[in-house]
Design a protein around this ligand. Structure first.
Ligand SMILES: C[S@@+](CC[C@H](N)C(=O)[O-])C[C@H]1O[C@@H](n2cnc3c(N)ncnc32)[C@H](O)[C@@H]1O
Length: 298
């Protein structure tokens, strides 16, 4: 999808309003200088965030924009690397009522990137401006990340409404390693009144690989709970060995649940794409991999 403000033919740019929101919050938490001085290492996952406020602030300063740009790059897909993934997003988030599970949400880079990219495409008339209602259920085990996300969403919601993207949200505590916690989460998510369920998992592969096994039960339960419904799970990560390992676990779960009437696809964009870091005006490079599981109602 060709929009000059997001991609100039060589380099990706975050939507101006999202960059402004990010810079404002960095200033508020006094992390702007930290973010400006941070030197990105190519293909390095960096901090994954954590339960404490310090880890959350460091993660926000060092990784938020990178998480945003990864999903945006997939949506814009300038080199046509991601098959029908962008189309899958655009057809779901075109009109009607969508329930979006953002897990783990962190400070919201994944979902905010999705929402602001949709907005930019609507503003530039690349997507029709039809009424769209999105109910976000976001969850994370970090209280500080949740409250920062809530603050960012409160500022984003009126801006999104100007292009008829109407967002309501709940953000709650969730421990991905705990089945009772995931059970409660999914009990509430499946009750949401919507036409389609969408699950966004962004930047979760950075947790200690030893813990991947502990995630299996939760990832299985999330998909089992949605299995009678029309749903899509999109998982976006940097193109690292850890991400590949997590994707193949997801694929196995999906294959276990479904035999037909479903699809699973994985795309990896190993080429490093260029993007402009809005904090310091430096060019940065990133990679991205995507896994998509979708199930259409029979
Ligand atoms: C790298 S951040 C990704 C956040 C966001 N989805 C994004 O795109 O930037 C990873 C998040 O996982 C959360 N996390 C780590 N372990 C978790 C667990 N066991 N349960 C729930 N959240 C967890 C951290 O608090 C952090 O916010």
């Amino acid at each position: 999808m060709d929009v000059e403000t997001l991609w100039d033919g060589k380099k990706a740019y975050l939507p101006q309003k999202l960059s402004a929101l990010y810079l404002k919050e960095l200033t508020t938490i006094e992390m702007l200088d930290h973010a400006k001085n941070y030197m990105r290492q190519e293909n390095e996952e960096g901090p994954v965030g954590g339960q404490g406020i310090k880890e959350t602030h460091i993660h926000f300063a060092e990784r938020f924009s990178n998480s945003c740009i990864r999903l945006q790059y997939v949506l814009i897909d300038p080199n046509e690397k991601f098959g029908n993934v962008p189309e899958n997003f655009f057809s779901t988030f075109s009109t009607g009522k969508i329930a979006l599970l953002d897990a783990p949400c962190g400070t919201g880079a994944g979902a905010l990137s999705l929402l602001y990219t949709l907005k930019e495409l609507r503003v530039h008339k690349k997507l029709p401006q039809l009424p769209l209602e999105i109910e976000i259920l976001a969850c994370d085990f970090s209280e500080s990340a949740r409250s920062m996300y809530s603050k960012l969403l409160d500022e984003a919601i009126p801006e999104l409404a100007t292009v008829d993207i109407n967002v309501v949200y709940t953000i709650r505590a969730w421990d991905a390693f705990s089945m009772p916690s995931t059970t409660l989460l999914m009990r509430d998510f499946v009750k949401l009144d919507c036409e389609e369920f969408f699950v966004l998992v962004s930047a979760f592969s950075g947790i200690d690989k030893k813990n991947y096994q502990k995630l299996d039960n939760s990832l299985t339960h999330i998909q089992m709970s949605l299995s009678p419904e029309q749903y899509t799970v999109v998982h976006v990560e940097p193109s690292t060995r850890n991400a590949r390992s997590l994707f193949s676990r997801l694929k196995n779960i999906f294959m276990l649940i479904f035999t037909s009437a479903s699809s699973h696809e994985q795309y990896r964009c190993e080429e490093r794409f260029l993007w402009l870091d809005p904090v310091n005006g430096r060019d940065a490079k990133s990679t991205v991999s995507v896994s998509i599981n979708s199930r259409n109602k029979a």
